[in-house]
Write a protein that binds this ligand. Structure first.
Ligand SMILES: [Zn+2]
Ligand SMILES: [Zn+2]
Length: 381
């Protein structure tokens, strides 16, 4: 089936992270139609499949797509609009999955023309901690044999359709969730002497924690600490008992990440104590930072230039976003590249994770063949 039809089916029937049961069934059926027998139930709703060329033991490389959608109500009026209320493929994972299905079909059709094995990873739960990629790895997706490289593609609404982007080295950030509960002693707003004010403590803590970024982080390495949620249920004349703060910490270096998390905890606890209260710190660890192997990226970029022409290949900037593809990059040489999907003339420019996100489907004419070509070139290397 044409990639556009596959994509539209997936787009109309989105499923949330770790609930991709029907999606997985659809992926399995489509692979079988192409003559490829998948292994289902990897990481519960994930799948693995392989296409073996001549001399299959020579080399194995892996290609990955993610399958989950987001808790967003779609606002687009298109024939393939989401049929599941409050659930939407707003990050393009329908594009990644349909594109990889077509890549698999292409490679299956030309399997007597290359040497080696291509493994396909269809993973659940990219959008939700701890990340479906970690379960795929746990379930052996990178074993027997270990692939010499893995690549993944992501739509990019900032890049015009027809263009693709690569980046060597550090590309995306680690992301950890920080939860602070600042506990004082509540009371009358006019009698602060009888209270321990958690609002004032929380204010000091938020400002002080920013100094971990400005005074402790290596200024040559991007890192971010943002608190986007603060709640203290007092009133104009009531000092509350506690204040809750939630935020995200991002980094591009695993050593710094670990030491920063310790510093955040120590400083928040110490400051609250110094002001007569206490602070409970909870850290939910997310994805590691994503490192694009420079040599692999140079090679697939060269193959990409052959496929779309040098003028259509751009160098990407660092992003402080996070991607669970990063887990793979900690195990084998990996490269995560971008597929342009923007077309302002058609009014397609919304960013991912918005209710109006969509792609120019012309990108689907490019994506599958591009990935197949890069895979074949990498097998030849
Ligand atoms: Zn996303
Ligand atoms: Zn995504």
């Amino acid at each position: 089936m044409e990639t556009v039809n596959l994509r539209r089916h997936l787009h109309a029937n989105p499923e949330l992270s770790y609930q991709e049961y029907n999606t997985a069934k659809y992926v399995a059926e489509t692979l079988r139609t192409s003559g490829i027998e998948p292994t289902e139930g990897i990481a519960t709703t994930g799948l693995l499949a392989e296409v073996k060329g001549k001399n299959p033991g020579r080399k194995t490389i892996a290609l990955r797509a993610d399958m989950d959608a987001l808790p967003i109500q779609e606002a687009n009026n298109v024939s393939y609009k989401s049929k599941n209320p409050g659930v939407m493929h707003a990050c393009g994972h329908d594009v990644h999955t349909s594109s990889l299905l077509s890549t698999a079909r292409i490679l299956h059709e030309v399997k007597d023309q290359f040497e080696g094995t291509v493994r396909f990873l269809f993973q659940p739960g990219e959008e939700k901690n701890p990340g479906g990629a970690s379960f795929m790895i746990r379930d052996g997706a990178l074993e027997n044999p270990r692939p010499s490289a893995i690549m993944g593609q992501h739509v990019f609404p900032l890049l015009p359709v027809g263009k693709i982007g690569f980046r060597e080295g550090m590309y995306m950030a680690s992301a950890d969730e920080i939860y602070l509960k600042v506990i004082g002693k509540g009371g009358h707003g006019a009698a602060p002497d009888l209270c321990v004010d958690p609002i004032v403590m929380a204010s000091h803590i938020i400002i002080a924690l920013q100094q971990i970024i400005s005074r402790n982080a290596n200024p040559r390495q991007p890192t971010v600490l943002t608190f986007g949620n603060i709640t203290g249920h007092g009133a104009t004349n009531i000092i509350p008992t506690e204040v809750n703060i939630a935020g995200t910490f991002r980094a591009m270096n695993e050593e710094w990440r670990e030491s920063a998390l310790v510093k955040i905890k120590k400083m928040a606890e110490g400051m609250a104590e110094g002001m007569g209260g206490r602070c409970e710190v909870e850290i939910s660890k997310g994805y590691p930072y994503l490192e694009n192997n420079p040599e692999l990226t140079r090679r697939i970029r060269a193959a990409g230039e052959e496929y779309v022409g040098k003028e259509n290949v751009v160098s990407l900037d660092i992003s402080l976003g996070a991607e669970d593809f990063a887990y793979y990059s900690q195990v084998v040489p990996a490269s995560f590249y971008r597929l342009g999907t923007r077309n302002e003339a058609k009014g397609i420019s919304s960013y991912v994770h918005t209710p109006t996100f969509d792609i120019d489907e012309d990108a689907l004419k490019l994506g599958p063949g591009l990935m197949a070509w890069m895979a074949i070139r990498e097998l030849e290397f």
